[in-house]
Each structure stands twice: as structure tokens, then as C-alpha cells.
Design a binder for this molecule. Structure first.
Ligand code: MG
Length: 419
């Protein structure tokens, strides 16, 4: 599910080695109800050892950066307040120092505004801006004064637009609900500082070195979309609100899908160098393709591989691909189309060219061709005991679906083809 495989050239190494800095969402990524999520602390420590800068972002407006850093420290994750951008600090950065703010919000927002040099006012007439974060003791009088300030032309700024947030007993109203009340009363719409709008991501990036950045989050529509809009790579981690069963359907596709943060340290092949091209297979490639399949042990299942090749070429699904390096055929992927689904068969890479990202590039091109042809999904079969193959496909964002394949005894005329 790597959507831009040609975009991040670099030496082979761990996923994180491609980035100068990694920005982490907090809830569902590092912490769950104040408890560390499995693998989070060790992975963050490993990133630091490698000299990769980290930053933390959260839409939670009620806690100060220092309080968030303390919560991370308590969970075993080294953090200081300067590394934490909350939707409150991002909102404050949108205001000029000296802006007089009528505030609905708690500690996190009031501290961020004070740090920015923005005084707070309580009466509508003195307000340049109405700044709204979550306030759990909100009253009608708070809404009254904010509505009056908005009617008098004050800027309308919300820390975040989260409609609700999870509490142990169920959803509690989030800051979006408070903003909705004021939007209804004033007939105006707020600017939003938090995810997915760019203000929070830009504020976090200011504290990171120049270079490619990766955003790691559990909620695609806020964490990932906002970062992708700034051109960052994205990683969806499956420890929060997005279950593995929904990861496939996430659009736009994340750059990476991670079971948990330990996967950031997984080694991935580098993308092909410029001397590798991926192109449609031709009849003249047949003997090279057979050689690759033979080396990969894939010819035991088929009796007339030459005929398979010509049949698929004749069907011209467009996804029968080879990779060529310096004129030599070094990889093959036989894509086909059964009318409803795309199938990926017999991906094989010459042994001396493995771990260079050639398989990844072939898969990406097959997916592109199939998608352009209107196919909703690519499918493939791997043997349950072939962990290496499953790991490869999982790193590309493929997940196992549940069918059990039953197989007859070997037939005389139509051999089974499991790969
Ligand atoms: Mg989250």
C-alpha cells in the first residue's frame, strides 16, 4: 500500500532512516488512557539513538505542552515541552502578540495564549479574538459573551473541531460541539488551528531540522490528511482508532501502514535506482521470465509456463510487467484480471537484485494499471507457511483476508497454480 514508491530514494535501511524528523500523534499512537502503547517507548528510544528528531502533536487543547510532556515521560517516553505542539499552542501562534482574547478554554489554551503575549479579556467589547478550546465547565454566559464579541467583529478561532472524544462511558462532547453552538449563534465559521489544518503541522515542523518528514497517526482524516497536504509522508499505525480491517480502505493511501511503532525500525529495500525500469512484458521476454520463475522455484506448479505467458500477454491486461536493469530482465510480476478483481501472480526478482525495492516498484505499477482499469483491489495468494512472503506483502499494506483454499489432488490436465 506504499502509494509513492518512487518518491523517497535512499539507501536500504529502516523506514525511519528515510526521514530527518518524525512527528507523532499522542493518543492512540503513544498513549492509551495514560498507559504506554506496546512498543512505543522502545521505538522512540531507538529513533533518538539514530539521531532522528521527533516531535509530538495533539489536538487536545485542555492540557499544556508541559503536561503532555509529563504524561509521555510518565509512560517512559522521553519528551520535553518544547517538542510538544498542541492545538492550543498552534492557535496561539496564529495570533499576533498583544491580541486581546476572549477565551473559552482551560489551562492548556490560557497558558499558550499567555506564553504568546496575548492578554485575555472577559467582556465582549474589548475582544479582538474569540478563541475556543474545550471547557468542561462551560456555561450559557460564556456562550453569550463570545457570541456578542463575534457579533462585534472579533476574529473566530478554534483550537480543534473534534466533535466528540472517547471517555470510558462513551463519547463526550468535544470542542467541535462548542464551536457549533457559537457558529449557530453568530452565523460565522471558525478558523481551526488543530489537525487536519496546516497550522499545527507547521508549528511542529518549525522545531524540526530541514529534510523529509514523516507523520505518524492513528486517525487518517486528521493526522494523515493534514500532513500529506504539506507534502509529508504519512504512516497509519493500527494501535488506535483505525482497525486493521479498515486500513485497506483508507484514501488517500498512507505511505506506510504499521502494526505498531516497532515497524518504523523494519528494514525496507531502497527504491530502484535510475537504471531500473518497469515496463509491460513482451513475448521476447519469455525465456528471461521463465528463468526468473525457475530461480524462484515457481515452475513446479505449472506444466506449460510458456503457454501461460502467451495467454496472459494475449489477454493484454497491461499488468504483466518486467523490471529491467542495464538491459537485463531482473524482475517479473504477472498481473491479471478476472473481470472483477485484479490478481497478482508470480512476483519474482533475480536473487542478486533483491532488497533493492524492485518488487515494490513492480507491485506499485501493477496497482496503478489495475486501478486505472477500474479494478477496485488487487488480490494474491501466498502459502500460510511462507512468512517471508507474507511479511513482504504486509509491508506493502496488504492484509490477509480469511478464505481457506481447498485443493484437489493433482490433476492430469489442469495443474493447480497457487502462486
Ligand atoms: Mg490519535
Amino acid at each position: 500500500m506504499h502509494s509513492h514508491p518512487m518518491r523517497a530514494p535512499g539507501a536500504a535501511g529502516a523506514i525511519v532512516d528515510r526521514y530527518a524528523g518524525v512527528v507523532f500523534d499522542v493518543d492512540g499512537v503513544l498513549l492509551r488512557l495514560h498507559q504506554p502503547i506496546d512498543g512505543a517507548a522502545e521505538s522512540l528510544a531507538a529513533l533518538r539513538q539514530r539521531g532522528i528528531a521527533v516531535a509530538f502533536v495533539t489536538n487536545n487543547a485542555s492540557r499544556t505542552s508541559a503536561q503532555v510532556a509529563d504524561a509521555l515521560e510518565a509512560a517512559g517516553i522521553a519528551a520535553d515541552a518544547e517538542q510538544v505542539t498542541t492545538s492550543s499552542t498552534a492557535a496561539a501562534q496564529l495570533l499576533k502578540p498583544g491580541t486581546r482574547c476572549l477565551v473559552i478554554g482551560m489551562d492548556g489554551l490560557r497558558t499558550a495564549l499567555a506564553d504568546r503575549g496575548c492578554p485575555t479579556v472577559t467582556e465582549p467589547d474589548g475582544a479582538d479574538a474569540v478563541v475556543v478550546g474545550l471547557q468542561t465547565d462551560l456555561t450559557w454566559d460564556d456562550l453569550r459573551r463570545a457570541t456578542l464579541a463575534l457579533a462585534r467583529g472579533a476574529r473566530f478561532l478554534g483550537t480543534n473541531a473534534d466533535r466528540s472524544y472517547p471517555a470510558p462511558e462513551g463519547p463526550w462532547p468535544g470542542n467541535g460541539a462548542i464551536l457549533a453552538a457559537l457558529a449557530t449563534a453568530s452565523g460565522r465559521q471558525p478558523e481551526i488551528a488543530g489537525k487536519p489544518s496546516p497550522a499545527l503541522f507547521r508549528a511542529a515542523a518549525e522545531r524540526l531540522p530541514a529534510g523529509p518528514l514523516l507523520m505518524v497517526g492513528d486517525r487518517p482524516e486528521t493526522d494523515l490528511d493534514g500532513a500529506a497536504a504539506l507534502g509529508w509522508d504519512t504512516a497509519l499505525v493500527l494501535t488506535g482508532v483505525t482497525p486493521a480491517t479498515e486500513a485497506d480502505a483508507v484514501r488517500p493511501r498512507p505511505t506506510w501502514v504499521l502494526q505498531d511503532l516497532r515497524a518504523l525500525l523494519d528494514h525496507v529495500p531502497s527504491v530502484p535506482r535510475d537504471d531500473v525500469i518497469v515496463r509491460p512484458a513482451r513475448a521476447t521476454d519469455s525465456s528471461a521470465i521463465l528463468g526468473l520463475w525457475d530461480q524462484a522455484g515457481m515452475l513446479g506448479y505449472t506444466r506449460e509456463p510458456e503457454r501461460d505467458i502467451s495467454a496472459v500477454l494475449a489477454a493484454d491486461a497491461g499488468a504483466f510487467l518486467v523490471a529491467e536493469a542495464a538491459g537485463e530482465t531482473v524482475g517479473v510480476l504477472m498481473g491479471s484480471n478476472d473481470g472483477r478483481r485484479g490478481w497478482i501472480n508470480r512476483l519474482a526478482i533475480a536473487p542478486q537484485h533483491r532488497a533493492r525495492g524492485i518488487g515494490r516498484a513492480l507491485v506499485a505499477e501493477a496497482e496503478r494499471v489495475m486501478g486505472a482499469g477500474g479494478l477496485p483491489q488487487a488480490n494474491l495468494l501466498v502459502f500460510a507457511d511462507n512468512r517471508d512472503a507474507q511479511d513482504f506483502w504486509e509491508r506493502l499494506g496488504y492484509s490477509a483476508s480469511a478464505p481457506v483454499t481447498l485443493r484437489s489432488k493433482r490433476l492430469g490436465a489442469s495443474p493447480a497454480d497457487p502462486c
